[in-house]
Design a protein around this ligand. Structure first.
Ligand SMILES: Cc1cc2nc3c(=O)[nH]c(=O)nc-3n(C[C@H](O)[C@H](O)[C@H](O)COP(=O)(O)OP(=O)(O)OC[C@H]3O[C@@H](n4cnc5c(N)ncnc54)[C@H](O)[C@@H]3O)c2cc1C
Length: 263
């Protein structure tokens, strides 16, 4: 049996490693780098079967496990999936079963995208910045603030549209005690490019930063899925609302069991 997997984040790599052990012919497609979104994580503490580690460390483990498997890796972006055929810019590939593990994409605020220092993922921030603003007040925002402090970014400010924080309390406490400045109920109204730096406008005032990390939510990121087939499975963050490693990996494992058992 030939299985095609789209996306080499935690869900896709789990599927590739799992299915290869059954001597299934597995090909995994990745448009960027192995590891997916978790590469951005400051510290992963919620998986009791793993020692506490950074996102980068976990990605190194995923990469190693994928390389040690029999799965073939193709670095191409999948543009569409139609009747068990994957299409990339250059080629089409056909399989018996398809697993789509393409994760999420950020909710964008296009008006704020004034230069390349405005990003949606920590790993895309320019190196060497000293002042960072973060917009959002969920886990990803506080996680990003701690990571920024950890790599020596001196001034980190979190701006929250409301006064409601939706992050693990421990992350919030650690961020605030490490000197992160928190601005509740202070939405960013406008962002301007000032010769490469950023000027943020709120109702309270104007601020100068060198980088802006937007963490205002994510939505599923699917290639064009044309037609329905029982041999196509959408898994991991691409398929659900609760976006956690264990859920993504558990979900895809259930799908792999069904494939192996011919259900
Ligand atoms: C800052 C941060 C910290 C986090 N911390 C934790 C944590 O501590 N604990 C926890 O449980 N979870 C955490 N998460 C959530 C966790 O990262 C996700 O739940 C997990 O990465 C989902 O895995 P996935 O494989 O479904 O999707 P993703 O990780 O998003 O992987 C999708 C992959 O598909 C690729 N792709 C997308 N489209 C295509 C295409 N068309 N063609 C080819 N390839 C494509 C992408 O490049 C990517 O590699 C965190 C997330 C963030 C952002």
């Amino acid at each position: 049996m030939r299985v095609g997997i789209v996306g080499a984040g935690p869900a896709g790599v789990t599927a590739a490693v799992f299915l290869s052990r059954y001597e299934i012919d597995v090909t995994i497609f990745e448009r960027e780098e192995i590891g997916g979104l978790i590469a951005n994580a400051w510290r992963i503490e919620n998986l009791p079967i793993l020692p506490v580690c950074s996102g980068e460390e976990l990605v190194a483990v995923l990469r190693k496990r994928l390389e040690a498997s029999e799965a073939k890796v193709i670095y191409e972006e999948v543009l569409s999936v139609e009747d068990k055929v994957l299409k990339t810019k250059l080629n089409s590939y056909s399989f018996d079963k398809l697993i789509v593990a393409t994760g999420t994409k950020p909710k964008r605020i296009e008006d704020f995208e004034v230069n390349q220092n405005v990003v949606y993922e920590f790993k895309r921030l320019p190196r060497g910045i000293g002042r960072l603003a973060i917009y959002g007040a969920g886990d990803v925002a506080f996680d990003g603030a701690l990571k920024a402090k950890g790599i020596g970014i001196e001034e980190v400010h979190i701006f929250n549209r409301t006064d409601r924080i939706r992050a693990v309390p421990k992350l919030v406490k650690l961020a605030l005690s490490s000197g992160v400045k928190y601005h509740p109920s202070e939405p960013i109204c406008r962002v301007e490019d000032r010769h490469g730096d950023l000027e943020l406008h709120t109702d309270v005032g104007r601020y100068q930063f060198e980088g802006l990390l937007l963490c205002v939510g994510r939505v599923p990121n699917l290639p064009a899925l044309i037609g329905q087939t029982k041999d196509l499975y959408v898994v991991g963050d691409a398929s659900g609302n609760f976006r956690q490693l264990a859920i993504a990996m558990g979900h895809v494992t259930e799908v792999c069991m069904k494939i192996v058992h011919g259900e």
